[in-house]
Ligand binder design. Structure first.
Ligand code: WQD
Length: 337
């Protein structure tokens, strides 16, 4: 049976996508170096789906290991999540981000070519839009990045664009995520950031769980509804279902498409805090601090293209995102280890 290779498949979005692909009847294989996730996630995927995915603990920078995976399996498409993804860290150690994210992707694409595998769904990010001139953001908006992490995403989008121009049989879908949050309803898989979370939701969840003292709200002087940053938060299960649709699209089309995966709705930091307090019934202490360098005021998606191409749109509410995130936190106070 033809298989889908999921790189970074034990990570937050990768594991949720693995569950949705299995439940859609796909045969999947996961490759992950476990730098930012745990092998226990495979057991959790099995508990949810009754299928234990075939797993290779390998790094995409090991080209021979990639060749072995393709030799040992009949892989006809790839969903590529693997990569370093901390914005702040990328500013501090850019060469590690370029080496890991770009070289790893080039190795993957070269081995795909050797084995005539010509379909890929790539985990890109709304960060490629930089600070948009207006919202909602459409896929044809100018692309501009303000940190090395975002630039690796932009470079990989360009590499895939050039590859599709050179090989007309190739098919690539670039999925530009907005802000993925939440967790599978079972509470068995969710977001387990290493160390102190950079992102808002896992940080708030740690405060609610008593692991962190209070939330620092990075600035309340933006031109938004309450002065705090506005983002398009999307349930990770909605995002995962969007990948299943994107893969179906890649299987039926050639060429390259960039598609936003968001809800089209923006929520401020304080609105998210309030929603999480309602979901967890725990008061979240907070303090207003200075803006975080590189942050933008407002970012949310135009979602028409995903509806048109995939027949997909986000279903879960912000309340469900917070409830599911809290459910996972309560069941896994130290994440999935
Ligand atoms: C959201 C809002 C902060 C933490 C980043 C990446 C993006 C994607 C998602 C990978 C902002 C505020 C946050 C905190 C706060 N990642 N905030 N206190 O910056 O929109 O996007 O993660 O693809 O590429 O750029 O997400 O969750 O860090 O911040 O006030 O402790 O919450 O200022 O307004 P962001 P975030």
């Amino acid at each position: 049976m033809k298989s889908v290779l999921i790189t970074g498949g034990t990570g937050f979005i990768g594991s949720h996508t693995a569950v949705e692909l299995i439940e859609a009847g796909k045969e999947i294989i996961i490759v992950d170096n476990l730098y930012n996730s745990s092998e226990e996630v495979l057991n959790r995927i099995e508990q949810i789906t009754h299928v234990l995915p075939k797993f290779y603990k390998e790094d995409l920078c090991d080209k021979e290991a990639l060749r072995r995976i393709f030799r040992e399996n009949d892989i006809d498409s790839v969903i590529h999540f693997a990569g370093l993804k901390a914005v702040g860290e990328s500013v501090a150690i850019p060469l590690k981000y370029y080496q890991n994210n770009i070289t790893g992707t080039l190795n993957l694409l070269e081995v795909m070519q050797e084995f005539h595998c010509k379909k890929i769904v790539f985990s890109s990010s709304a960060t490629v839009y930089g600070d948009p001139a207006s919202v909602p953001i459409k896929e044809n908006f100018p692309l501009h990045t303000t940190n090395p992490y975002g630039t690796t995403k932009l470079f990989i989008e360009q590499i895939l664009t050039d590859l599709c121009h050179s090989d007309k049989e190739f098919s690539a879908v670039l999925l530009r995520y907005f802000n993925p949050i939440g967790a599978h309803k079972s509470g068995l898989i969710g977001e387990t950031p290493n160390g102190i979370p950079n992102n808002l939701l896992p940080y708030i969840a740690r405060v609610a769980a008593g692991k962190l003292e209070r939330l620092s709200v990075f600035g309340d002087d933006y031109d938004t509804i309450d002065g705090t940053g506005v983002r398009d938060y999307i349930h990770v299960v909605d995002l995962a279902k969007g990948h299943v649709k994107a893969l179906e699209y890649a299987n039926e089309h050639q060429g390259i498409e960039a598609v936003n995966l968001g809800t089209g709705n923006g929520y401020s930091v304080l609105q998210i805090k309030d929603a999480f307090e309602k979901a967890s019934k725990v008061k979240i202490p907070y303090v207003i601090t200075s803006r975080r360098p590189g942050d933008i005021a407002t970012c949310y998606a135009d979602t028409e293209k995903a509806k048109k191409l995939f027949g997909w749109e986000a279903q879960y509410s912000i309340e469900e995102m917070c409830e599911d995130s809290w459910n996972f936190t309560v069941k896994n106070p130290d994440g999935v280890q």
